[in-house]
Design a protein around this ligand. Structure first.
Ligand SMILES: C[S@@+](CC[C@H](N)C(=O)[O-])C[C@H]1O[C@@H](n2cnc3c(N)ncnc32)[C@H](O)[C@@H]1O
Length: 307
């Protein structure tokens, strides 16, 4: 059909060009006053540069409004965007994986310090990330410790599919990273060969108890339950079962000296440290997160004594 030149086509509703400032104000209204989230969405769609007076195309405004509506419906912003920053990496995230948290960036910091204690530069180490999810810990360690060899396990094939996408993306900038993704429970899927040969095991296992999960906001419950919820620990500590399983399983895989680094909830620090000592770790300490709360358990085994 040839459009008639005599009849002008009316603009579609909402398709008029706008400015960045006006768009942010509109998105803030859509989001019930969450101005910082409106700014995040504008930055995501338009790029972070640009003054409030800069022009926004109708197409960009439509995309931004669609993202804001998804957010308003309760989806976490990270899933709405489909990616999120973690220690300088841009990771793909979707409802198959936990959204990587700032606390875990700090856990990686602790793991890097342990790596450097074990081998001056931290390179040449064999490392495991048990329960890798998006691959956040494994990919950070592999890129920040060049020359290391990293295995990343997860019981969820869905999570590993996301980790595989992230590994490919990271390889574009770091072609020499060595990361092996393996499906199965904690350390069980590792090949037998490195048993007793792993210098560093890092994990952010599920540590939310069942009753805590029931109380969590819907937004957090949009994340996979399997990534967050764990059973009761051996002393009756809620949510500590997986932390304990990782600590126990790791013991046989470590070199001497070697180290297991595990994220946990602040109230679990003392019982987890007791369990680690009972399991035979020689030196156990808990490092704080950026808010000063106990967050990262460091459990070391020392060199074998001769004699
Ligand atoms: C708290 S999430 C951490 C994800 C990622 N490491 C991070 O820090 O963002 C826990 C991860 O452990 C995985 N997981 C749960 N049970 C597991 C098991 N028995 N063996 C291996 N991984 C498991 C979940 O699928 C999830 O990806």
């Amino acid at each position: 059909v040839t459009p008639s030149a005599a009849r002008p086509i009316p603009p579609a509703i909402g398709s008029a060009a706008t400015t960045r400032g006006a768009l942010v104000a509109e998105l803030t209204g859509l989001l019930g006053g969450a101005h910082h989230e409106a700014r995040f969405i504008a930055d995501e769609v338009l790029g972070p540069a640009g003054s409030d007076a800069s022009a926004v195309s109708p197409g960009s405004a439509i995309v931004a409004r669609a993202l804001a509506r998804r957010r308003r419906a309760g989806e976490p912003l990270q899933y709405v965007f489909g990616h999120w920053a973690f220690r300088g990496l841009d990771l793909v995230v979707d409802p198959r994986v936990l959204i990587p948290r700032p606390e875990t960036e700090q856990v990686v910091e602790v793991a890097l310090a342990e790596a450097r204690l074990l081998s001056g530069s931290g390179s040449g180490l064999r490392i495991v990330d048990a329960g890798t999810g998006s691959g956040a810990i494994a990919l950070s360690l592999a890129t920040e410790l060049p020359g290391s060899e990293v295995w990343a396990t997860d019981a969820s094939a869905d999570a590993l599919a996301v980790a595989a996408v992230n590994l490919e993306r990271v390889r574009a900038d770091h072609p020499h990273v060595v990361v092996e993704l393996v499906e199965g429970s904690w350390l069980q899927p590792l090949p037998q060969e490195p048993q007793g040969q792993i210098e560093l095991i890092v994990s952010n296992p599920p540590y939310v108890s069942e009753p805590e999960w029931d109380e969590l906001p819907d937004e957090v419950r949009a994340e996979p339950r399997q990534a967050l919820v764990a059973g009761v620990g051996r002393e009756g500590t809620p949510g500590l079962a997986d932390v304990e399983t990782v600590l126990e399983g790791s013991f046989a895989w470590l070199t001497r000296p070697g180290c297991t680094v595990v994220e946990l909830a602040p109230h679990q620090a003392e019982p987890a440290a007791r369990v680690a000592r009972t399991l035979g770790y020689d030196a156990v300490q808990v490092e704080p997160d950026l808010a000063g709360r106990p967050r990262t358990l460091v459990a070391r085994v020392e060199s074998e004594r001769r004699g």
